[in-house]
Design a protein around this ligand. Sequence first.
Ligand SMILES: [Zn+2]
Length: 219
Amino acid sequence: MSTLIEKFLTLKDNYRNFDTRACLKRMQRFRRAVEKVALQGRPIALEILGSISFGIVEPGSDADCVLLHYCDLHGDGGECPDDCPNFVFEKNALAEALAAQPGAQPFNIEFLDCVNLTSIEKHLASEPFVQDPILYRMLYYCTVGRPVNRPFFIRYCKIMENNRDFMKGFIEWSSQALEAYLKTSTHRLSFEKYNQRIISTGLALPKELQAELKRYLEE
Ligand SMILES: [Zn+2]
C-alpha cells in the first residue's frame, strides 16, 4: 500500500493536467521575476506551495513561497535567519520584479522558509550523509510544491532520492507532516516551526481535494 505522500503525489499529477490560465500566468510571472533577480547577481529558485501545486490559483490571491539560494554567510551547515542580508535582498528584489510587471494584478508573497543550498551541499557531501531535518524539509518543499528555476537545485533532490535509507525516513516524515495538516486544517499544531508554517498556511488545498485526501487517510 502506498503512503500518504505517494498518494498525494498521484493526486497532484492528476490535478496538474487541469492548470488554469491564472495559474500558468502566475508561474510565468515568477519565472520572469526570478530571472531578473539573477541579473542582479543573486541566482535563486522558488518552490510555490499551496493550491498552485494542483494547477489552481485565484488571481490576486496570496502566494506562499520557499526561497532557495546559496549563502556563504550562513554556509557552515546552518540556516539563514530571517534577517540574512542575502535573503532580505532577494525577497525585496523578487517583490520589486513582480510589481514592475506591467498590467498584472498584484498579489502578496509570503516567504515561509529559506533553504541555503550551501548548507545542503555540505550535508550531502559527507558519506553516508546524516538524515538531517534540513534535508527532509528541503525535499518536502520540492515534493509538495511547484518549482521555479528547478535546474538550480534539482541535483540535490536527486542525491536524496537515490538514497534508499534516506527516502525511507523521508517518506515517513513527510507523510506525517501531511497527515497532521489534513487532520487539523484550521488549527495550528505544536509541531516544529517549519511544519507548523507549512501546514497552517502553505497547503491551502481546495475543499474537494481535502475531502479526497481525507478519504485516502481513512482507507
Ligand atoms: Zn544567509
